[in-house]
Design a protein around this ligand. Structure first.
Ligand code: SF4
Length: 324
């Protein structure tokens, strides 16, 4: 269900990593992992963010939760500027914003039982006494499709899909409003992916969740998202309602990405657009439109002037000189 209310507003977000070199270890450059990204997430929706590896989508998610400290920009959650919060206030705020990570094995402490892992955020936020927390852990295990006896087991005793269910239960424990899910199914077998996606959809309904869903797989993002944003080289290049984006992509990069996705209807012909060259390095991004080195429609202006990310009508945003 989507509503018009904004839960999260990201404006001009940047995350640059300094590069040090030479014998003095001086700063010799920077990697612009996220370079001036703006979007908002509405209460109750799933906003998908898609793009190739290295486009900055995961860094964007981590920067929103301040797991990576942003270089610049503003992040407002229910109107509160997260970047203005001190350490303690941000720690309390994390009750509202949780993250589900890509690799459930790496993100779960191998020396802790599933029960202890799920209980941890409850303890950190001082929720309930030991018995109440134990009861909540049991309920959470059931909510994500596991059994209460699983609380005593260790991460290596679970399958990949079960481990991701534990990661989801841990995120859910403090009843957050927003979950940033960073490639939550990409490490799983295809047969398991849809089970975890369906679980996330069910939980969204029953726990009134809002998702920022980050993935490289366009089919996965299409399945779960209400709106979809496309990132390229640290920038958002297009954002629209899901069906609008998939049926009527404006940006040449989105058009190329979508042309590679199999179409379910065998009569529907879609010509594959093969992009030339590799993604340039975010250490030295091209001037003007960052996509100009690979764009089949490149014009002179594209090499010099960065296109604005503007609403092309009906909330369909794109950054391309072809559309003005
Ligand atoms: Fe291509 Fe120019 Fe549009 Fe960039 S601005 S996507 S280079 S046409």
């Amino acid at each position: 269900m989507t509503t018009a209310q904004t839960l999260l507003k990201v404006e001009g977000l940047k995350k640059h990593y300094p590069i040090h070199g030479g014998i003095w270890g001086r700063r010799v450059g920077e990697v612009r992992a996220v370079d001036d990204v703006s979007f908002s997430v509405r209460t109750g929706e799933t906003l998908g963010i898609v793009g190739e590896s290295g486009c900055g989508k995961s860094t964007t998610g981590r920067a929103i939760l301040r797991l990576e400290e942003p270089t610049a920009g503003d992040i407002r959650f229910e109107g509160t500027s997260l970047l203005s919060l001190g350490v303690e206030a941000m720690r309390r705020m994390r009750r509202e914003l949780q993250m589900v990570f890509q690799d459930p094995f790496a993100s779960l402490n191998p020396r802790k039982t599933a029960g202890a892992i799920i209980e941890e955020p409850l303890r950190v936020h001082g929720i309930g006494d030991a018995n109440e927390r134990k009861q909540q852990v049991k309920e959470l295990l059931q909510v994500v499709g596991l059994d209460s006896y699983h609380a005593e087991r260790y991460p290596h005793q679970f399958s990949g899909g079960q481990r991701q269910r534990i990661g989801i239960a841990r995120a859910l424990a403090v009843r957050p409003k927003l979950i940033v899910a960073d490639e939550p199914v990409s490490a799983l077998d295809v047969s398991i992916q849809s089970q975890v996606l369906n679980l996330l959809e069910d939980l969204q309904e029953s726990f009134d969740l809002t998702y920022l869903f980050i993935a490289h797989d366009l089919s996965v993002v299409r399945h779960i998202s209400d709106r979809v944003g496309v990132m390229y080289l640290g920038r958002m290049v297009e954002l629209a309602d899901r069906d609008e984006l998939y049926n009527n992509p404006i940006h040449p990069y989105t058009q190329a990405l979508l042309s590679a996705v199999p179409v379910p209807d065998p009569d529907a012909k879609r010509e594959r657009i093969i992009l030339k060259g590799d993604v340039p390095s975010p250490r030295n991004p091209p001037a003007g439109c960052a996509f100009h080195t690979r764009c089949p429609h490149v014009m002179d202006i594209c090499r010099k002037v960065r296109p604005e990310f503007t609403d092309q009508g009906g909330g369909h945003f794109a950054a391309c000189h072809l559309t003005g």
